[in-house]
Design a protein around this ligand. Sequence first.
Ligand code: SF4
Ligand code: ZN
Length: 303
Amino acid sequence: MKCVRCKGKGIIYLKRHNAAFCQDCFLYYYNNQVKKNIKRHKMFDKKDKILVVISGGKDSMALWHILASEGYNVTGMYINLGIGQYSDKSQQVVESFAQKNGLELIVKDIKKEYGLDIYKLSKLLKRSTCSICGSIKRYLFNKVAYDGGFSAVATGHNLDDEAATLLGNVLSWEEGYLARQSPVLESTHPKLVKKVKPLYTLTERENLFYVLINKIEFLHDECPHAIGARSILYKEVLNRLEEESPGTKQRFITSFLEKGRRHFQDVQEKLELKECSICGQVTTTEVCSFCRFVRLSNQNTEN
Ligand code: SF4
Ligand code: ZN
């Protein structure tokens, strides 16, 4: 197996590109992909302040590392969601990486700062822990980005995540979600910060190689609530297709972005955006879900 670029010894074979790379040329390829994605979708430039969503897993750690190495003005943000050992371990990994590399990091702890417990809320509201957790994360990342004057919130979503989400949305023709599935989600309100996904053309495996080559510490465990999630089944199905026909995932995403997405533009949810009467953040109801969670948690401790 020879590296396609330098003809040296290849160490990673990327079936969908029918190309093998040596370590240095793989890093060149990886960097190039990220740079191209940022430029092609006008995600941000070196003058922008970027808030990077960090979970401690390989994808977000790879994103943080590459953006910092390329000289972007990045600040990591980690939320401790109170998910037992998983949260404790991931916080340690993230804090130690920031310290060793002299990177800015914002840490939020939903239990300590807001009295929120995703398990109690899930029981009280009869909603899944992931749906409660997702609302809290979306709220806090946007709020911190808006309050801190950040130009964009960057997440480590990779090609496998994006293809699985697209498959899920196509299977139930979720028109609103299909309209919004994109590597860049522009702001639709002055208090909503743009969301970007610079790694959307790179696979989980490529991110793993990137962190291993750069000796970046990351949390190997998945969140315990991810086990059994529908998205994992979609990933397995797509992996099977990819085996038979390399490049399926990338074609699925790129052709959707080029040809499919525009058909959903006029079904962009026509929800009226308001400002929450308590915190002022953007919502579609009088009081946003985050403030309702806080109120409910506090009522519940008083009772
Ligand atoms: Fe939150 Fe669910 Fe993701 Fe775990 S898997 S971090 S509970 S959204
Ligand atoms: Zn609110």
